[in-house]
Design a protein around this ligand. Structure first.
Ligand code: ZN
Length: 139
C-alpha cells in the first residue's frame, strides 16, 4: 500500500457496534492519537472482550489469525483491545468489562507472540454519540 512503510501503525481489536464508528465518535483517530501512530487497522467483532470465553473459541482463533496477518503485513507498533460499556456482544457489568478487556489483551499478546505493547482500553458510555476512552492496562 502506498506510503505504508513510512507510517507508524497499530492494530485494534474492537466491537462491531456502529456507535463507536460514527464520525462524531471517531474511535479510529482517537485510538491512533492514544497510541501515537498514524493509522489503526480495525478488527471489529461483537463483544471483543468476551472472545476468550470457551464457547467463542472458534471466533477467537479466527481473530488470532487475522491479528497475526496484520502484524505480518503492517509491522504495527502496538495492539489494542478496545471494548465498550453497554455492549450487546458481551453484556456484562462495567466492572466486568474492565476485567475482561485486560484478560483479552493479555491473551492476545500471549497467543499472537506480539513483542510490542498490547493495550486494554474501555469506551465509557456518556451517550450514543459521546464515549470516553479509559485506559485500563498494558501488557
Ligand atoms: Zn459491543
Amino acid at each position: 500500500m502506498w506510503g505504508q512503510k513510512h507510517k507508524k501503525l497499530a492494530v485494534a481489536l474492537t466491537c462491531a457496534d456502529w456507535r463507536l464508528h460514527q464520525r462524531k465518535v471517531d474511535l479510529n483517530s482517537r485510538l491512533a492519537k492514544l497510541l501515537g501512530v498514524h493509522g489503526v487497522d480495525l478488527i471489529a467483532v461483537p463483544g471483543p472482550d468476551g472472545l476468550t470465553k470457551p464457547e467463542r473459541s472458534s471466533e477467537w482463533q479466527a481473530t488470532i489469525g487475522q491479528t497475526k496477518l496484520l502484524i505480518g503485513a503492517h509491522a504495527p507498533r502496538a495492539l489494542v483491545v478496545a471494548a465498550h460499556q453497554r455492549c450487546a456482544g458481551h453484556p456484562v457489568s462495567d466492572a466486568e468489562h474492565e476485567t475482561d478487556v485486560l484478560a483479552t489483551a493479555k491473551a492476545l499478546k500471549a497467543e499472537t507472540g506480539f513483542d510490542g505493547p498490547v493495550r486494554a482500553v474501555l469506551a465509557v458510555y456518556h451517550s450514543d454519540t459521546a464515549w470516553a476512552l479509559k485506559p485500563i492496562g498494558e501488557f
